[in-house]
Design a protein around this ligand. Structure first.
Ligand code: AMP
Length: 456
């Protein structure tokens, strides 16, 4: 078993670790520290609670040049709370190393005191992307001596619309920097940003062994004409916050979505027949909680970047068991529980047998009856508003958030995901507040301009 001493950490860090009662590295620390210390780029999949902060915190501190008082390490976090927490942990780890200044810098507080605190250069900055970009604009941060950049909870930062800000910030940093990316999930968008920002990263994924991380599979017998009724019953019974239904064909996807919508569900179809704008709007609404059920073909669902998905349904079993594994892998992520239901007609039973042989845990039929319920389809928690302005208008997520929570009258927790496109921006707001918010937004200026706003 690896110890911190095996990892050849500087004595002052070992001393701080023992003062903090960290006796042994956690699995993510054991798996990443040697690579981080050696100066490789690292892409690590790690959950909150895994000890990831100390993993990069120890590495960035160990790599600081003794006696050098320049800014050498930048950590980007999605929220102010996380930035504070990370800075605190790094300060504790640095407590036995003399003269280390760790500064946290985030938005929502006046800029002036932060500019003042930067007059004495810190070695480590922990911040949120928007504010760091502002400070770069004020020429308050100099990255010439930067050794490492860490993106913490990178998936959340991407969800919050920070991808552009992150790319701009990294554009100001030296090319020979180390880039460390920590993310709880590993969607396509994380691989893309890794490709854009990292050089030959070591990819490290530590299996999440938390007991909740399990997918419950159920296989229901249903002939094609009975599938919509069964799916309706399953959705009414489970009331999942969101559900992804996989179909083989565009026609099926369209018909199932229409069928569900007629029965009162908020359901949309996603398939190759949509134009780009419709596709964007569909994905945005599903990802931000404005649409409960997305009915998609496997191909169209491939690029979907949805973190928490409590239920996936196979409208029809795929011929290839690997496709099935791929489908159900969409749920039960990041330590949460997931359900995967398959609706299987008689003509698909040979596929079921193939799957039964391929799955380690096998596959059993579930009772065909789902308890009947009289409940109504749920209203989605959020509603999407579209603003006719986007990146080209230099609109940023913070501008929208500011307009909604300031004059817009919403609390921060009533504003959901913000998605920025070149000429449009989508923002999810709490469903019960959307009409009032719409009216107020129409009367408010964003960045001193009035833009057209409407519900999607
Ligand atoms: P994090 O995933 O960074 O949020 O850390 C989760 C918790 O684990 C924090 O409370 C840390 O203080 C703690 N922690 C981190 N590393 C260790 C370790 N090696 N031994 C014991 N606790 C740790």
């Amino acid at each position: 078993m690896t110890t911190f001493a095996d990892l050849k950490l500087p004595p002052a860090l070992l001393q701080a670790l023992s003062a903090r009662n960290y006796d042994r590295p956690t699995p993510i620390q054991a798996a990443t520290l040697a690579e981080l210390l050696s100066g490789s780029d690292v892409l690590a999949q790690a959950q909150t609670g895994s000890g990831k902060t100390a993993a990069f915190g120890l590495a960035l501190l160990a790599r600081l040049k003794p006696g050098n008082t320049r800014l050498q390490s930048l950590v980007l976090c999605p929220t102010r709370e996380l930035a504070d927490q990370v800075a605190k942990e790094i300060r504790t780890l640095a407590s036995c190393t003399p003269n280390i200044k760790v500064l946290s810098l985030y938005g929502g507080v006046p800029l002036q005191p932060q500019l003042a605190s930067l007059s004495h250069e810190p070695q480590v900055v922990v911040g949120t992307p928007g504010r760091i970009l502002d400070l770069i604009g004020h020429q308050a941060l100099s990255f010439d001596a930067l050794d490492s950049v860490t993106l913490d909870e990178a998936d959340r930062m991407l969800d919050m619309g920070f991808v552009e800000a992150i790319q701009q910030i990294l554009g100001h940093t030296p090319r020979d920097r180390r880039t460390w990316l920590f993310s709880a999930t590993y969607p396509a968008s994380i691989r893309q940003i890794s490709d854009a920002l990292q050089r030959n990263p070591k990819i490290i994924r530590v299996a999440d062994k938390s007991p909740g991380a399990a997918i419950t599979q159920r296989f229901y017998r249903a002939e094609p004409e009975a599938k919509l009724d069964l799916l309706t019953q399953l959705l009414l019974h489970d009331q999942p916050a969101s559900c992804l239904v996989f179909c083989h064909t565009r026609d099926d996807a369209g018909q199932v979505a229409t069928g569900l919508a007629k029965r009162g569900f908020s359901a949309l179809a996603l398939h190759g027949g949509l134009d780009q704008r419709d596709r964007d709007e569909t994905v945005v609404q599903f990802a931000n909680g404005s649409c409960q059920v997305l009915v998609a073909t496997d191909v169209a669902a491939r690029g979907l970047d949805i973190k928490e998905l409590p239920l996936v349904v196979s409208w029809e079993l795929p011929k290839d068991p690997n496709v099935h594994t791929h489908r159900i892998g969409r749920t039960g992520r990041a330590g949460s529980k997931g359900f995967a239901y398959s609706l299987v007609a008689r003509r698909e039973e040979d596929r079921f047998e193939a799957l039964r042989n391929a799955l380690a845990e096998g596959a059993e039929w579930s009772k065909p009856e789902v308890p009947l319920t009289t409940s109504q389809p749920a209203t989605p928690k959020m509603k999407t508003l579209v603003i006719d302005a986007g990146r080209r208008d230099k609109l940023r997520p913070g501008d929208i958030l500011g307009a909604l929570t300031g004059d817009g009258g919403l609390h921060g927790n009533e504003v959901g995901k913000i998605d920025l496109f070149a000429t449009r921006a989508y923002v999810a707001v709490a469903y019960p507040r959307f009409r009032a918010t719409l009216q107020r937004l129409r009367a408010t200026k964003i960045k001193n301009r009035k833009f057209r706003v409407r519900p999607v």
